[in-house]
Design a protein around this ligand. Sequence first.
Ligand code: SF4
Length: 218
Amino acid sequence: MYKVKEVFYTLQGEGAQAGRPAVFCRFAKCNLWNGREADRANAVCQFCDTDFVGTDGEGGGSFATPEALADHVAAFWPDLQQGAPFVVCTGGEPLLQLDEPLLAALHDRGLTVAVETNGTLPAPAGIDWLCVSPKADAKVVLSTCDELKLVYPQPLAMPERFAHIQARHYFLSPMASHQVIAGDDPFRSSNTRAAIAYCMAHPRWRLTVQMHKLVGIA
Ligand code: SF4
């Protein structure tokens, strides 16, 4: 049974695929926080701004088979004969649930499959675009990916710790306070300046911002 918080159609807002139309499939559950505010202070990952608890979001639900979930996801793409149908599997932590049968079912429907993971779990073979975003001191077990996207700064997860990871793209994403909407966030502004300075001093890294929040889409 696959547990999905929400499924929606939007534009990818971050990283190398920013601006690309995408169906987002947000899986329920994460292995670094249970999603309850009362437990945030004791979680491995403490700055999460995503609601991944339950299956009650728009397009969410429980799906008994890979085919049922793949059909549901594919139905969000406007016309599978046009464009480059693209699904971003996110969470929560998608690799708690995404497996080879589901990947195959998504591919069968013509979807290119991207995954955004915290990197702490093995990834099934066949993912088309893998984005690893390490969190705090959680051990990262993935050593190759398409993009390494680091929320910055994280005292326990600074870029030097991940120098061994082979990626096509290296991005810093300024950390925002989880209590404040992005546009007015002074915490974000100072973090953005710090991320810019780091990228300019270490030009393997590039800045990515949450475009979807700036332009007001989901
Ligand atoms: S790893 Fe991602 S989904 Fe899990 S708590 Fe951290 S930011 Fe949220």
